[in-house]
Design a binder for this molecule. Sequence first.
Ligand code: M6R
Length: 610
Amino acid sequence: MCGIVGYIGSKQAQDVLLHGLSKLEYRGYDSAGIAIFENGGVSLKKSVGRLANLAELVDGPDRITGSQGIGHTRWATHGRPSDENAHPHQDGTGNFTIVHNGIIENYMQLREELTAKGHTFLSETDSEVVAHLLDDMWTGNFFDTVIAVSQRIHGAYALGIMTKHEPGKLIAVRKQSPLIIGLGEGENFIASDIPAILEYTRNVYILDDGEIAVLTADRVETFDLVGNPTTKEVYEVTWSASAAEKGGYEHFMLKEIHEQPRAIRDTLTGRISEDGQNVVFDEINWPAGFAEKIDRVHIVACGTSWHAGMVGKQAIERLTRIPVDCEVASEYRYRDPIVTENTLIIVITQSGETADTMAALREAKLQGSRVLAITNVVGSSAAREADDVIFTWAGPEISVASTKAYTTQLVSLYLFAGWLAQERKTPFVSEIPSILSGLQQLPELAAMALQTESEIESFAKNLADKENAFFIGRGLDYAVSLEGSLKLKEISYMHVEAYAAGELKHGTLALIVEDIPVIAVVTQESLYEKTLSNIKEVKARDAFVLAVAFEGDEEIQKSVDQVITIPRVDPFLAPVIAVIPLQLLSYYASVVRGNDVDNPRNLAKSVTVE
Ligand code: M6R
């Protein structure tokens, strides 16, 4: 995830910017750069790779001197990691220098328009268009020009901007991408995240969505996006520097669980047509006729990504009626699967580096199949080697236990299922507008599901002294149960299994004894009665049943020991919401058991060995 730092004051900006960027390294990045006002011009240095590469470029005699500048760590989105694509970016004249986090959705259109007017672009990024647009729309006043440009760019963005026309001033703009202003004595700062400026000040303004800040060394003024002044309260940061990296949360996992409303919104950004009727996937470039020719789909992945694939299978089958197999990559790669040029292979991998998944991808390509990767990491092996890529835009996931990667994979799969249905003009296309409207409600519903946290925390205290537990569900609820079970076992170290609820009586029921915790996921209306019968089977053996069910479900209240309610959502999309209390449950069970939540024993974030 990209990081922004800006400084204006009397210190050497190079030191402040490099220090600030180093404090954002934990977010993940692939290149870095700084731009500083020096001797009436702007000196700009950037480098692919680690921050140390950039530090070397500006060391000793190459040091940049000046006390106003902006810096950036880039996590590639549009365009591969490279020196050219690294930020800051400038327009052709070098009048404007910008750093940007987020996505400018209409950059292609703006780029074409500006190219036609004679602008030459040096990078593949969406961000560079902002610098050129500022130059093109220059009104003679920095602030007015930024307001005018912000009306023309669509998408999510946090911007740090400076111009040679008005040195001694920095402008910051926030739209759906976090940005804060650090308030010092005779110096002020811009940052995408608090750790970047904690060394210098604990007083900050947290910019609201659609706010602009104008900074000089002595003053900070804030405005809305049409230029009306806004008033801000100073927020005093009381957390330690290491807590600040976690956004004030105790662990990265909890932070990442809480990031899901934002992450889901980012996954959806730019992928639904303005009228809400269609899925847009500009990134998929299939040869003409391929969509119609596909006669089977293989989804291949590991762990949590495989569980996302189980939901994806049901989504694609329902909307396209193409048969879909979903298989773990370590099995798939060695079993000589039957694939043809009409088989679509979908690999799902957060890291884009998992050895088994990559082996399956390579094998499928050798067999002549077309491979679509769903991944979170731009520039990863999966992103480079697949024929087409859907990025999930979850942002870096640091905790080993995958949370926001899973929910954004689900959203990507729903979108893809809808898109494929559109491409094949299936009879189910008529359902797409309502599914898209449901998808757009998910960020808000995810935020509501997070409100189960304190209830879950107290349940986790009781659960944590047990050694065994079961998850049950049917249909999509079974897929979610598998993920809930994996999450709980990997960080609590309890023995946990998930079962298709109807399968219990074929053996596992023998393990159901008094007080054993059974967590039932009950969101699928069409399977409701059937799941209820299975719940009664375990209740009859005195299990302790916790149900995750929709609010207003009176029946379930009568049948189980405890209910965690989640907001109502189309059952087809319910996995995205139902998994959230299960993630919280694993988190708190792990905390109560005193485990290392973010780094569970024996596990690695990216499994690059077989
Ligand atoms: O990076 P990937 O999605 O390919 O990783 C696959 C699994 O190793 C991963 O999902 C793992 O199961 C999770 N860390 C579990 O939380």
